[in-house]
Design a binder for this molecule. Sequence first.
Ligand SMILES: [Zn+2]
Ligand SMILES: [Zn+2]
Ligand SMILES: [Zn+2]
Length: 361
Amino acid sequence: MSSQPRCPYCRHFVYLDTLTCPECDGTIAFHVISRQFFGVHNGRVVIDGETWHTCSNRGWQCNWLVRDDAPAGRCIACRLTRRRPPSDDTVALEKLAKTEEAKRRLLLQLADLGLPIVPWDVRPGGLGFDFLSSLSQGERIMIGHANGIISLDLAESLDDRREALRIRLGEPYRTMLGHLRHEVGHYFQNVLLTDDAAWTRCRALFGDERASYQEALTRHYASGAPAGWRDEYISEYATMHPWEDFAETFAHYLHITGTLQTAAAIGIHLDAATTNARDTDVIPRESYRDESVHQLLGDWEWMSQAFNRINRAMGFGDLYPFDIVPTVRTKLGFVHEMVTRAPLTTAQQASLALQGSADRT
Ligand SMILES: [Zn+2]
Ligand SMILES: [Zn+2]
Ligand SMILES: [Zn+2]
């Protein structure tokens, strides 16, 4: 987001998922291209001479706008959802609303980073989402990525269920947004690594992804992460297979850039004199596209420590319960390089691509 989202009527800050302004009760909707909220009357608003409508999934909490000619009146975010629970399963659909909210946040971030999004119904292997619930389907829904399609189990948006899994798996962090950021890492590994040189470097850092996945899976669930894993990996799960190491690293790249972007939009700075951080103030940026990974991770080191302290002040666990060791820094540097060399070179272009792709059904 290029700036703080505000209510168009009263200029009060509103969260990204807002449908009705809590200050003035205005009915509002989000316009992806300008990253701004607009007031809507009878589900409509005219922006720069063009009529926009509220997304037909607004009843399920989608607050994005769609252009007049969008098929079925679905916004691009909703259109990317390939499968969802049956319409009579209201409990699962409620969970879908929360997961879709995380997905919209993800899509905005991908566009801001200038990462290209091709929808699944435009090209085979394009990005799509299957959001089903193992509670309603009576079958096990696996979290994963295959040929562009990301599958999530909506049952995991139940706090007790997700938290129980988190504890059983010994993970310090488990959220729906985190799942999405991880799975989309699998998608972008194939999109961004377009030449042999990139794959060679990738294998040198993350290992050879052609190693048997099945064997790795069996080994991981039998014996866990190898001793000393912290010296080379961001998480235990990353140790399982080179694919997972890349996806975990990519997810952390999104955690870090996304959180710094929000800090920048809020205007949070760390004063050098107070924090004794370094010679200069720490000033997070909305974009690190033109910055080195050294700058990115330097800012993050201080900002994440500050956020952890704030969380602890409320009796919570750390906001960012991870250590970035030198090997992981190098891996993040590789991801940074791959992301910033992506074909769409400006965030604005990608943002337009994100919205424009809604018109092509
Ligand atoms: Zn308002
Ligand atoms: Zn929508
Ligand atoms: Zn994975």
